[in-house]
Design a protein around this ligand. Structure first.
Ligand SMILES: Nc1ncnc2c1ncn2[C@@H]1O[C@H](COP(=O)(O)OP(=O)(O)OP(=O)(O)O)[C@@H](O)[C@H]1O
Ligand SMILES: [Mg+2]
Length: 656
């Protein structure tokens, strides 16, 4: 039990302090009471002695006549006056030889001390007493004073001469003796002791209570702090401590609040970064997986496409089988487009990025979109003309903006609303949302598409960048839009922030790093490999030199070339060898034939044969016109080996 109490005291600063202080206070109170009592009883004693001396001297002075005349009547009044004084027990008046002239007690019950008058004297009782003195016993004090016939050398104005200057010739005529009882002194001392104890106890209690209250007040914030910290430790939830006064404990609470805020902030940052990391890892994994699949699919689709084309060559145009092959071709083209998107998402496409102004492309896209925007949707654009350059690629920006705008328009399809497209340069340091996303420095260009559509519910928010995630009904969307944007933006070393409030709207902010033109290193043009190929090409060209040089180029690229310098001869040759020839390259102006009809002539012999048209700058034909005339490719002279190689390679489809 005792050990338990000691342990309890030791564990609590408050109790420890109160305990020690109470003990100290107690000792101090005892000491104080003791000294108070000592001092007061000394004062009482000296007061009594002083009083005794005074009345004895007064008696000696006033009894002169009575003693001289040895007249009891004269003495009676004087003695009675003295006896009226408090504590005076008995009064004696003696003659010169100590014969008793008068003796009177204060009350008849008072003890008489008539005996031993001589014994109390400092001398043997025979010598005269020249100065007043007193003798103290257990119960009383006996004051003696000589009585002189007249006073000499004393101040006549003094009422009670203290020490009369005695002339050696003077001798006393008698003596007075006053017995003062110590009973009252003792009673007072007892009372004093009682008072001292009470005073001591009072001081002790007062000190202890004051200390308790003060300590309690002081310790209160500490207790609150401890409880809050303890609660926080248990629940892991932060609660701000109320700061009442800004004293040391208040400062401690303030410091604690600051520390807690910083811990919470770090915890939040950590959780957010973990979430970002998890998301990034997920996207990376999906990207790697889908990228690998997409590449294999691409090859398979290539083979399917090739065989479909071959199949198309073998079936009659307009037949049921031809139609079916056409359907396969269309589906294959759609699949190829999808695969292209997956490759973009997986960032395995190595597009060339170069410094460019996004604002031009942005305006172009908005212009392109405007006819398809419903009337219920208002488009606002805020494109800052001062915007800097980013390392990018126009096609990719086109893709990003088209996708974001289409999503926004779709979200407002039923309700209508406002679509806001903003382009501005921002400093990440001043940007709250970027800070939230964990980006802390750098200058970025921010392309924002905001809408007032239906918004994105929080449960789907983390899936929107996943490939094939869509909430659109069949056929409306593939779910590749945002996945592709994610791939593009990551390749730009940028990031995307999405804010959405269901029912209110959505904001997509795409951040792309700004480039300082002076900082762009001179990037040497990468020598791209010229694609080689195989297959048989009929080259029709009336200029013999050009015929030879182009044929030489093609041969160096791995192709077998049949050179023809005359249009009609070329048609005859093709008629004979149509199934061995994979591609025709023909000049625009051939003698005997109008360039425009060339493709038709060749197609009549063998439908589907790819025919590439070569033209000089002066001729009034462009790529688009060439395609409408049925040409599969278009080359402007002078033809570079690289362009020739790429065009031919893309058009010759040999399955193996
Ligand atoms: N602005 C927006 N408002 C509301 N929801 C949106 C918005 N943008 C995207 N979403 C949601 O994110 C999903 C994925 O968008 P994403 O662009 O990747 O695919 P999609 O638009 O469904 O299909 P696709 O882009 O291939 O046509 C959408 O289906 C839609 O649920
Ligand atoms: Mg979309």
């Amino acid at each position: 039990m005792i050990f338990k109490t000691i342990k309890h005291i030791r564990e609590h600063f408050f109790i420890k302090f109160i305990f020690v202080f109470t003990v100290v206070m107690f000792l101090m109170s005892v000491l104080l009471a003791f000294f108070f009592m000592r001092h007061q009883s000394t004062v009482l004693e000296s007061h009594l002695i002083h009083h005794g001396k005074l009345i004895t001297d007064m008696l000696a002075y006033n009894a002169r006549l009575g003693v001289f005349a040895e007249n009891k009547e004269l003495l009676g009044d004087v003695v009675n006056g003295v006896l009226m004084q408090e504590s005076v027990q008995e009064v004696f008046v003696y003659g010169l030889n100590f014969q008793e002239l008068m003796e009177k007690k204060a009350t008849p019950e008072s003890r008489s001390r008539k005996d031993h008058p001589a014994r109390e004297s400092s001398i043997d009782g025979k010598d005269p007493i020249l100065t007043p003195y007193f003798v103290e016993s257990e119960h009383e004090i006996s004051f003696w004073a000589p009585v002189f016939s007249r006073s000499v050398g004393i101040n006549k104005e003094a009422l009670f001469p203290e020490t009369p200057v005695l002339s050696p010739k003077r001798s006393p005529i008698g003596y007075v003796r006053v017995l003062v009882s110590k009973d009252i002194l003792k009673a007072r001392k007892r009372l004093l002791a009682g008072k001292s104890v009470v005073l001591g106890l009072f001081l002790w209690a007062l000190g202890s209570c004051t200390l308790y209250l003060v300590m309690n007040k002081l310790i209160e914030p500490l207790k609150r702090l401890t409880v809050t910290v303890d609660r926080m430790g248990r629940s892991g939830q932060f609660r701000k401590i109320r700061i009442v006064i800004s004293d040391e404990i208040g400062k401690l609470a303030e410091a604690f609040n600051r520390m807690s805020e910083s811990i919470i902030q770090r915890e939040t940052d950590k959780t957010r970064l973990e979430e970002q990391l998890r998301q990034a890892q997920k996207m990376e994994a999906i990207g790697t997986l889908s990228g690998g699949i997409a590449h294999d699919f691409n090859n398979i689709l290539g083979a399917i496409g090739g065989f479909v084309e071959l199949g198309l060559l073998e079936v009659k145009t307009g037949s049921v089988l031809h139609e079916k092959f056409k359907e396969i071709e269309i589906a294959g083209a759609r699949a190829t487009e999808l695969v292209k998107q997956i490759i973009t998402f997986s960032r395995q496409q190595d597009d060339k990025l170069e410094p460019m102004f996004i604002r031009t492309v942005t305006k172009e896209v908005l212009k392109l979109l405007s006819p398809s925007v419903p009337h219920s949707i208002r488009v606002e654009q805020n494109i800052n003309a001062e915007c800097g350059m980013v390392l990018s690629n126009a096609t990719k920006i086109h893709q990003i903006l088209m996708n974001l705008c289409n999503n926004a328009i779709h979200a407002m399809k039923e309700s209508g609303g406002v679509m806001k497209v903003t382009l501005a340069d921002v400093d990440i340091e001043d940007n709250v949302e970027a800070h939230e996303a964990g980006f802390f420095s750098g200058r970025f260009q921010r392309l924002s598409v905001e809408d007032t559509g239906h918004g994105i519910p929080s449960e789907t928010m983390e899936k929107i960048f996943e490939p094939f995630f869509t909430t659109k009904t069949d056929g409306e969307g593939t779910g590749m839009g945002l996945a592709v944007i994610h791939g593009i933006v990551s390749r730009h070393n940028g990031f995307i922030i999405v804010h959405s409030i269901p029912g209110k709207g959505t904001a997509f902010h795409v951040y792309l790093p700004l480039v300082d033109l002076e900082e762009i290193p001179e990037i040497p043009e990468k020598e791209e490999a010229i694609p080689m190929g195989r297959g048989r090409i009929m080259l029709v060209e009336d200029d013999p030199q050009l015929l030879e040089s182009t044929a030489g180029m093609l041969e160096s690229l791995g192709y077998q070339v049949d050179k023809q310098s005359d249009g009609l001869e070329a048609i005859g040759f093709f008629n004979r060898n149509s199934w061995d020839i994979h591609l025709i390259i023909t000049d625009m102006s051939m003698p005997g034939l109008i360039g425009a009809t060339l493709a038709r002539e060749f197609h009549q012999i063998r439908g589907g044969i790819p025919v590439v048209l070569t033209t000089g700058y002066s001729e009034l034909i462009d790529e688009r016109k060439a395609f409408t005339l049925g040409f599969a490719g278009f080359l402007t002279k002078p033809i570079s080996r690289k362009v020739l190689a790429v065009t031919v390679k893309n058009l010759i489809k040999i399955p193996f």
